[in-house]
Design a protein around this ligand. Sequence first.
Ligand SMILES: NC(=O)c1ccc[n+]([C@@H]2O[C@H](COP(=O)([O-])OP(=O)(O)OC[C@H]3O[C@@H](n4cnc5c(N)ncnc54)[C@H](OP(=O)(O)O)[C@@H]3O)[C@@H](O)[C@H]2O)c1
Length: 295
Amino acid sequence: MYVVMGATGHTGQTIVRHLLRAGVPVRALGRNAQRLAPLAAAGAEVRAGDQADAEFLADAFRGAEAAYTLLPYEISAPGYHAAQDRQGEAIARAVQDSRLRHCIALSSLGADLEQGTGPILSMRRQEQRLSAIDRLDLLVLRAGAFMENFYGALGMIRACGWFGDAFAADAPLPMIAARDIAETAAWALLARGWRGVEVRELLGERDLSHAQAAAILGQRLGLPDLEYRQLEPGEAVDGLIGAGFAPDLAAAYVELAHSINAGLIRSLQGRNATNTTPTRFEDFAEALAQAYRAM
Ligand SMILES: NC(=O)c1ccc[n+]([C@@H]2O[C@H](COP(=O)([O-])OP(=O)(O)OC[C@H]3O[C@@H](n4cnc5c(N)ncnc54)[C@H](OP(=O)(O)O)[C@@H]3O)[C@@H](O)[C@H]2O)c1
């Protein structure tokens, strides 16, 4: 049995479908039975429950070959780090209580840093919690920025004809499609070829700045002059709160953007054939364009 947390989310859903195609039994975890129903129809055993409930998780992990774990969050919920810690502690307790042997933890580039990384600090703490568990073979996937983040810019593009964020226009960052993370995770779950604690970075097809991403996206949206503007910190925080972010999470994101602008968040392993993944932003932008047209 293979267990996938966040099974209705960007990475989890694709992992479940890869595993089902490989012909192995899959237990898909989410919060909502209705949203899990398509995965049940595809052949997964689905379980809806609170993913910060250690007993629910331990029951799901018990007897499994391996599990994919992540720290989900609501952008609008206040107290981001406290909620992530509760979630992370529940996962760690469940891993211990169920005696799970192989675990993947989705994390982020920047989890090596002790401060200045905003939301990534929670993933750093989760890496540490899971690494401390005896006899657990832990694979940490430190991903770059999800291309899916650009869905959040479409409303602004539609309303203003440009989009902005706290990132410097020319600061390069590794951008990855969630499906590429999912493919790596699914193959790793099946092969279970790591021992002890292993950290693997996933850097997407290439590094892109927001200005470069805007140029590619503009072409796909039929807006060839689409402009990206770096916002002042206060403006960026207000914009995120306006988009539904809790104030503490909005401030954390802007802190993260500033660390990226300063070049502090970077790959420790260097780009290579293993951590470079196939989906180009040019191809992903097609899905963004479809969502934009449907707005
Ligand atoms: N965005 C980035 O650039 C980036 C980069 C590196 C790492 N990450 C990390 O990636 C993780 C997110 O992965 P993802 O994009 O695959 O997941 P996602 O699309 O955000 O989906 C979250 C999943 O978790 C479930 N869930 C359970 N409890 C939840 C809760 N309290 N709040 C929200 N969702 C909850 C959701 O179920 P339902 O919604 O169906 O109930 C859904 O299946 C986060 O830990 C994030 O920090 C993100």
